[in-house]
Design a protein around this ligand. Structure first.
Ligand SMILES: *[C@@H]1O[C@H](CO)[C@@H](O)[C@H](O)[C@H]1NC(C)=O
Ligand SMILES: *[C@@H]1O[C@H](CO)[C@@H](O)[C@H](O)[C@H]1NC(C)=O
Ligand SMILES: [Zn+2]
Length: 501
């Protein structure tokens, strides 16, 4: 997604800002996406977007309600601004438009597209089991319960909600034509035209109840991890002719530039998943074992409580598996079948409770989480970057900006995400929580965990080699969440984990 300007005034401010910082990023070449993190350290950091929606990361969440949008049907009397910002075609939206079905109210700001090229109609940012669609639409909203405008919201951890729509080539799309009609008026960077309002809802797929949900980031610099992502399962279509118009009409260069640069292939590559999970509001139609259900938020709070104030010895001995990535749940599924069914039935209820502030306050775990300053605070990425940059300058370690920022935000973001069931608990987060407990037990637990995770990684690597059917892309190594299926090991007691202990 893009965080870019709506009004001429803001545009001017950002242009000045860009000029001062020499900030001109592109998708390819010397300023291309592999170099974004040199100027924009969050681009090399935690919880980046887009990602590949890989089947084995999906978790069914029965509490995910259908997306509801308000006032998307705009009157033709409403004037919208369509612009070419050099990275995309962007349409300003009415501040009356909103998403009403999330925990906060999110007000619409703009929509824009990412697409491939005439010769290669593959330019979506999110992919589904490595399948890339022709294009992708992003409708960007900000948290208007907490922030006065999108500029204030963009660098906050709970600032934005984006609706993503995958686009494939097929039937002619009349709603898309409301934009395409005016595209020749914005061929060059910084050009803008006024366009009449239309029914924006018609750009979304018919079904708003089936979607992927995860915690991620802006997909363009400065890449702040501030986005609650909703990507609809069902793509919309545009005709081949419509796709070709989009892919060939625009330039990323200004009108006066002597060498015009075509504007296409404006998508970011998929990013490492880290410890994230992808919640889905639907069950997969096919798939060997169906879709796993998320573990209950109540259980998750209890685990954090135990890490903060409970008996760490117990965790190290009996409950270690609770701390391991949730793919390993498959392993225990047999033993706890009844429990598991009950758990998923209780899930809807306990998630509701999580949302009730008075119950949330009574929770012991949360009180301690709060004390540590974890999970409840909103992170403000700009001020954090200034603080970290200042500290690094004092110790002459400016080159460690990317890693320093990642270390600063990852545990908190991971913990928040874990409590919302959208992540596994990562080892750095556990270590971070354990810092408040300088005891032998903490060291022992850390040691047991490190060992258990190493073993998981070893055995899963071995297993991947034996399973040519399983598809892995380049990022799968970032998730340590593979555990051998028991049928892969006829003698589970031969696992190295069993006899090292
Ligand atoms: C956004 O709100 C902040 C805080 O009220 C204000 O300082 C800023 O000027 C506003 N920005 C825009 C673009 O309206
Ligand atoms: C945890 O264990 C790992 C490996 O044994 C070690 O590198 C790390 O420093 C330990 N961390 C803490 C907080 O004790
Ligand atoms: Zn986008």
């Amino acid at each position: 997604m893009q965080f870019l300007t709506r009004t001429a005034i803001v545009s001017l401010q950002l242009t000045l800002f860009s000029a001062v910082h020499g900030a001109k990023w592109t998708y390819d070449g010397p300023q291309g996406q592999d170099h974004w993190s040199e100027r924009y350290p969050y681009c090399g950091g935690a919880l980046q977007s887009p990602i590949d929606f890989k089947s084995d990361l999906l978790r069914f969440d029965p509490t995910l309600r259908p997306i509801e949008v308000q006032n998307y049907n705009l009157s033709p009397n409403e004037q919208l601004t369509l612009g070419n910002n050099g990275h995309s075609v962007q349409l300003s939206l009415s501040p009356m438009m909103s998403i009403s079905s999330l925990h906060n109210q999110y007000t619409a700001a703009q929509l824009h597209f990412h697409w491939g090229s005439a010769s290669r109609p593959a330019g979506s940012e999110h992919t589904v089991n490595n399948k890339q669609y022709a294009a992708e639409l992003h409708v960007v909203h900000y948290n208007s319960d907490k922030y006065p405008n999108i500029s204030t919201a963009v660098d906050k951890s709970d600032g934005l909600a984006v609706l993503g729509v995958l686009v494939e080539v097929g039937m002619f799309n009349p709603a898309f034509e409301h934009i395409l009609k005016f595209i020749n008026g914005i061929k060059y960077r910084d050009q803008k035209v006024k366009v009449p309002g239309f029914n924006i809802r018609a750009l979304l797929p018919t079904r708003l109840d089936e979607y992927y949900r995860y915690d991620g980031s802006l997909t363009t610099p400065p890449c702040y991890p501030s986005v609650l992502w909703t990507v609809f399962r069902n793509p919309i279509t545009i005709s081949r002719k419509q796709f070709l118009s989009l892919a060939t009409a625009l330039y990323s260069s200004n009108a006066q530039d002597s060498a015009p640069m075509p504007l296409n292939n404006n998508y970011r590559k998929t990013q490492p998943v880290d410890s994230r999970l992808i919640l889905v509001s639907f069950k997969e139609r096919r798939g060997l074992h169906g879709t796993l259900t998320v573990t209950s938020p109540l259980t998750r709070k209890q685990i954090i409580q135990q890490l903060l104030v409970g008996d760490l010895g117990d965790l190290a001995d009996e409950d270690l598996h609770k701390l391991l990535p949730s793919g390993s749940e498959k392993h225990h599924a047999g033993k706890k079948k009844d429990l598991k069914t009950q758990q998923s039935e209780r899930l809807a209820k306990s998630k509701q409770q999580t949302l009730n502030p008075s119950l949330w306050k009574k929770s012991q775990a949360n009180r301690h989480v709060g004390k540590l300053g974890l999970a409840e605070n909103t992170l403000s990425y700009v001020s954090l970057e200034q603080r970290v940059s200042h500290q690094l300058k004092q110790s002459h370690a400016e080159n460690q900006m990317v890693q320093a920022l990642r270390d600063a935000v990852f545990p908190e973001l991971n913990l928040k995400s874990y409590l919302e069931c959208r992540s596994d608990l990562a080892l750095p987060t556990i270590r971070y929580i354990l810092q408040g407990r300088p005891t032998d037990e903490a060291t022992e637990l850390n040691h047991s965990l490190t060992k258990a995770m190493m073993n998981q990684r070893k055995t899963s690597t071995a297993l991947e080699k034996d399973l040519p059917m399983t598809q892995y892309n380049g990022h799968s190594t970032a998730t340590v969440s593979r555990k051998p299926q028991s049928q892969g090991y006829p003698h589970p007691w031969l696992l190295p984990m069993e006899w090292e202990d």
